[in-house]
Design a binder for this molecule. Sequence first.
Ligand code: TMP
Length: 205
Amino acid sequence: MSIKAKFITLEGVDGAGKSTHIQFIKKYFIEKDLSYVFTREPGGTVLGEKLREILLHNQMQAETESLLMFAARNEHVQEIIKPNLNKGINVISDRFTDATYAYQSGGKNVNIDKITILKDWVHKGLKPDLTLLFDLPVEVSISRLKTNGNLDKFENEGISFHKKIRNSYLNLAKKEPNRFKVINSSKNINTVQDEINLLLDKIFI
Ligand code: TMP
């Protein structure tokens, strides 16, 4: 029996511990012998990675930022995400369009309807099957970021910006409870990873 390939996205405020959990998720796919590609946004293609450099290290208008995010996303959707899903390969993306709703609309007040127009244009019906939202109080995420050092433009924003991002993500999750699974990322690592395991088992086993 062939099972339709799944598109999984990972979201959360900066400092939510995504990078640690990504290593665990990769291990899950390898151990279960599931085909997968791991990718990220902004980025995921040669052009997308160049746009990532520009986006993470240059100040610009919030609408310019939104347009560049979607320019990178269009390459990503057309070159990586759809071709792999069509070949039956699961795609896991470290961030996707929910991040534009949270950061550019929630965080920087870009009109939400404009983002939805770009989303419809670029996605052409594509939608994640599952979105894991790593959530934790921003006081905790910011203190984690500070210990990492070398912060990019978004990580360097103040606490009120990060609070807006967190609230936007939680509102998105409330609107689509079937797609979003909110994971309390301030719990200990084994508890978080058990929860990820269960959620992945639900769609792969
Ligand atoms: P990350 O790969 O460490 O998560 O960094 C990507 C940064 O880009 C992160 O701060 C969130 C931000 N971002 C947006 O502002 N809008 C978007 O649409 C995406 C995909 C990322």
